[in-house]
Structure formats: structure tokens, C-alpha cells
Write a protein that binds this ligand. Structure first.
Ligand SMILES: C[S@@+](CC[C@H](N)C(=O)[O-])C[C@H]1O[C@@H](n2cnc3c(N)ncnc32)[C@H](O)[C@@H]1O
Length: 370
């Protein structure tokens, strides 16, 4: 279905930041998976877009293909059978443009010559649901890792689709949407739709939340939904511009290493003018500039809140590192330096001994001052 919007369209700052995160992550994911699974893997998009923006910059499908063909060390390792790229979009104009954009990225090898190199690209018009699952079945993608990128404009992703990907070995999902998308659920009038997205009816408890808390409550509930679908590790954060407009990104993986790599990707991207991150869990909702040494004030607050909820208000440094990795937008290494800083500033006290009293080791115990 062709809409009234132009194709291609211009990339806003969120989109550029999102692409920078994708590019960094794919540069890590692709070699790990090509080496680990003999390239018997699938990169799939259910909302692919045309592969290009008005300013000529690449769309996410092209970024993904380039992560393979632009890396000499791994593109030659793609074996017979090889890697699958599956792209679905419901807009025929996207489906017309995308193959040409992919072909530019793979030149001099033409699109129809890629199979001979073990690279199988499918571009198909359809609705993400049910067509993505159908095409993945036809392409024999199930049973080996799939990275499913579902870049909606606020369309629904059903719990069932997320669960199907989570149950597939070594698979991961990236879902993006505007946080306002959740507002539609706040009034609890779109019952059937909400039940499909959240995989049950417990999200309807949003009705009992104070109005100013409904949106945050739904974001938090969505994070739990992705976990219930089977992704043990979930990273979610907002990309926020100067006007306060944001894009919500949720990443689900069954491997801690995936989470570590996505965190590295997040903090390694070059600064994109005017766009920062925001941790939906931060009670102060502070925007963070994208930089290698980020502002860690929200992490300090989250560590204090976390310790308040623990018996004795204490934990090992290692526990706090894992807390940061699994429950905040920060990396483990950032948590380690923050804990050191907090001990130095007297915000935390050190209760564990240890031989090297001047250094804080991962087994040392720190606590909130009494
Ligand atoms: C946010 S854009 C995709 C951007 C692209 N992934 C990128 O980052 O370059 C969303 C795309 O989803 C398509 N779309 C919207 N609803 C869809 C649906 N239910 N199934 C498949 N495609 C859909 C639109 O035509 C549009 O191209």
C-alpha cells in the first residue's frame, strides 16, 4: 500500500543516531556470528523501508548488508548455504527502491550474483505480520540465529512474533517505536490490540496508574513483556533530541555477551548533533550526551536506589557492575569507575576488607552510609 508520504523521506536526527547504533552493533554481531555459526544466520527486517534517505544516507537494510560485504575478513568466510537477508515492507515504493540500494552496496557483484557467494537476499512486499514469519520459514531461517529488526512507526509487534524469535537459537530482536505509541494503551480502549502486543491482559492495570505515570509504567511493562517472551536480557533506552522528541529502542537477547556488545555499540557511536540518550528508568529523566565518558549522575542515583532495596543496603562491586549492565543504559566498566568515585566522595562506604585496601576489587562490598 503506497501512502501519501514521499519515498524516500528525510532522515531526522533520531534516525541518524539509531543508524549509528545499528552500524556499530552490526560490526560486532556480523563477525561473531559468521565465525561462530559458519555464517548460517539471518538478518531480517519486518519494516525495512527503501534503504535510502533523501540526503542519500543509507537505510538500515543497506547498513546491514555493508556490515558483511564491507568486511573483507568475514565476507570470504560465508559458506555454501550462507547468510540470509530478509526484508519486508508493505509499501511497494520501498520494495522498488530497496534492491537498487542494496545492489549499490554489493557492487561490483550484482544482486542476482550474490547467491553464488553464499549471500541470499530476499526483498518482499508484505505486512510484517504474518509475512515475516512466512518468509523466514520459506527461507529456512528457523533453527539457526536470526537478528530481527522491527523498526515500526508505531505499528504493532505481537507478543507471539517476539516470542517466536526469542525461542529460536541464538536470536535477538531490536524494536523501535515512538514512546507516544504506548499512550494509546493508557486509556485502555484498544483492548484486543493491547493484549496482542503485551501477550495477555495484565497491562490493563495501567488504568489504575496516576495519569502522569501511565506512559512510563507502560514502557516498564513492555520491557517485562520482552523478557516474558524469552529474552533474558533486555536493554531499552530513548534517543532524545533537543526538542524532547524521542525514539524508544528495545533490544532483547538471550546472551549476556549480546547485551555487552550492544552497550559497547551504544557508547562508541560518534556524537550525533543534538541527540542524546535517556534511561527510561532514571527517575529524573536526565538526557545524556553520547560520549565515551558519559555523565554518570543517573547511574549514581540508580545505584543508590538499588542499594536501598537490598538487605543491609549493601552489595559487592561485581553485583553493581552486573546491575548496571542488566538494568541500566550503562556498561559494566562505567559502573566500576562510578562505584570507585562514590566511595571516594563518601556516597558509599567500603565494608569489605581485602589485602589491597587502596584498590576496589569486584568482590569488595560497598554500602550506603548509615
Ligand atoms: C521507520 S520506517 C523503516 C526504516 C528503516 N528500517 C530504516 O531504518 O532505514 C517504517 C517502514 O515500515 C513500513 N511499514 C509500516 N507498517 C508496516 C507493516 N505493517 N508491515 C510492513 N511494513 C510496514 C513503512 O512502509 C516504512 O517503510
Amino acid at each position: 500500500m503506497a501512502g501519501s508520504n514521499p519515498v524516500p523521506w528525510s532522515a531526522d536526527q533520531h534516525t541518524k543516531a539509531k543508524h549509528a547504533v545499528y552500524a556499530q552493533y552490526l560490526d560486532k554481531w556480523m563477525p561473531i556470528m559468521v565465525n561462530g555459526w559458519g555464517a548460517d544466520i539471518t538478518y531480517a527486517e519486518g519494516f525495512a523501508g527503501p534503504g535510502v534517505y533523501l540526503d542519500g544516507s543509507a537505510g538500515s537494510p543497506v547498513i546491514a548488508v555493508k556490515a558483511l560485504v564491507g568486511n573483507k575478513a568475514i565476507r570470504t568466510k560465508v559458506r555454501n548455504g550462507g547468510i540470509r537477508f530478509v526484508f519486508i515492507d508493505r509499501d511497494q515504493r520501498c520494495i522498488d527502491l530497496l534492491p537498487m540500494e542494496i545492489a549499490k552496496a554489493t557492487a561490483p557483484v550484482p544482486l542476482d550474483g550474490l547467491s553464488a557467494h553464499g549471500v541470499h537476499v530476499t526483498v518482499e512486499k508484505g505486512d510484517c505480520e504474518p509475512d515475516l514469519q512466512r518468509v523466514l520459514t520459506r527461507e529456512r531461517a528457523w533453527g539457526r540465529p536470526i537478528l530481527a529488526v522491527l523498526d515500526t512507526w508505531g505499528g504493532a509487534i505481537s507478543f507471539d512474533l517476539v516470542q517466536r524469535v526469542a525461542e529460536n537459537p541464538g536470536s535477538e530482536v531490536i524494536i523501535t517505536m515512538q514512546p507516544q505509541y504506548f499512550s494509546r494503551f493508557a486509556s485502555v480502549d484498544s483492548i484486543e490490540h493491547g493484549d496482542r502486543v503485551f501477550g495477555g491482559s495484565s497491562w490493563r492495570e495501567v488504568a489504575g496508574q496516576p495519569p502522569e505515570k501511565k506512559d512510563r509504567w507502560l514502557l516498564q511493562r513492555y520491557r517485562q513483556t520482552i523478557q516474558q517472551a524469552g529474552f533474558q536480557y533486555v536493554l531499552d533506552f530513548e534517543l532524545i533530541d533537543k526538542r524532547g522528541q524521542s525514539l524508544f529502542l528495545v533490544f532483547g537477547t538471550t546472551h549476556e555477551r549480546g547485551l555487552t556488545k550492544m552497550k559497547e555499540a551504544m557508547w562508541e557511536v560518534d556524537d550525533i548533533a543534538g541527540v542524546g540518550y535517556r534511561d527510561p528508568r532514571d527517575p529524573n529523566q536526565e538526557a545524556l550526551a553520547i560520549e565515551i565518558e558519559p555523565n554518570t549522575a543517573p547511574l549514581k542515583r540508580l545505584i543508590v536506589d538499588h542499594l536501598r532495596a537490598l538487605p543491609g543496603n549493601q552489595a559487592t562491586v561485581n553485583h553493581l557492575r552486573k546491575f548496571a549492565l542488566r538494568s541500566t543504559v550503562y556498561k559494566e566498566s562505567q559502573a566500576a569507575s562510578v562505584v570507585r568515585e562514590m566511595v571516594g566522595e563518601g556516597q558509599l562506604t567500603r565494608t569489605g576488607g581485602g589485602l589491597h585496601r587502596s584498590r576496589l576489587s569486584s568482590t569488595d562490598v560497598v554500602a550506603l552510609p548509615t
